[in-house]
Structures are given as C-alpha cells and as structure tokens.
Design a protein around this ligand. Structure first.
Ligand code: SF4
Length: 115
C-alpha cells in the first residue's frame, strides 16, 4: 500500500510514534513514493484477525478502496476487482459523484501514481 506524507503523519500519530520511527519501522521510501513494508507471511503489519489495527488512521489508498481512479473509470477492472473483493457489488448503492470524489482524493494524495 502506498502512503502520502499526510498518511504517514496520521498513522504515526495514531500509534504515538515519531514520524521518523514509524517510517524506519514500516515504510519503504523511493524517490517518488512511500510504501508500507510488507512483513513476511502477512499482507500488512497492521492487519489483524479483527481487521485493520490502524483503521481510524489507515492510508488514503486503503480508505478509498474500491474507488480508485483506475477502477472507477474502467468497467472491466471494476468487475475483476469484484471477483476477489466481496464488498464490491454488495451493500448500499454509492452515488457516482461520491465515487468520483473519492477517486479525485486518491489522485491528489498520490500524484506520483497518476501522472
Ligand atoms: S487497511 Fe489497514 S491492514 Fe489493510 S492494508 Fe491498509 S493499513 Fe494494512
């Protein structure tokens, strides 16, 4: 999962860690992107049996799923995501304006991913 600088700041504060310590422990930084490190044998350091242990401060990419620009604007990709995400196509309908607003937030949070 990718992080914005704001995501890093929020998650570190939620865990009562300094940003530097959070980054050193959980983040892989490249020239243009920040990513959560993936631990051995798990998809994410913060994934527990009960769900996301940093839910109130989880990265924008996690919070925005499935309304990512590459899914909202692509019917085939949306359907494919629905084959592994049980939440897609279930529950209350979400207005298309809401989906586009969340997708726009993704573009703003991770400009390096959508240049
Ligand atoms: S929602 Fe939480 S557990 Fe899932 S990938 Fe994001 S940070 Fe990790």
């Amino acid at each position: 999962m990718y992080l914005s600088e704001g995501d890093l700041k929020r998650a570190a504060a939620f865990l009562e860690m300094s940003r530097a310590r959070f980054e050193k422990t959980y983040v892989y930084r490249t020239k243009h992107l920040l990513r959560l490190r993936k631990p051995r044998g798990s998809q994410c350091h913060f994934l527990r049996a009960s769900g996301c242990s940093i839910h109130p401060a989880k990265p924008t990419q996690c919070r925005a799923f499935p309304f990512w620009p590459e899914l909202v604007g692509n019917r085939a990709a949306w359907r494919k995501s629905g084959s592994y995400c049980p939440g897609i196509g279930a529950g209350p309908l979400v207005a298309i304006e809401t989906a586009h607003r969340i997708a726009a937030e993704m573009r703003e949070s991770y400009p390096g991913m959508y240049e």
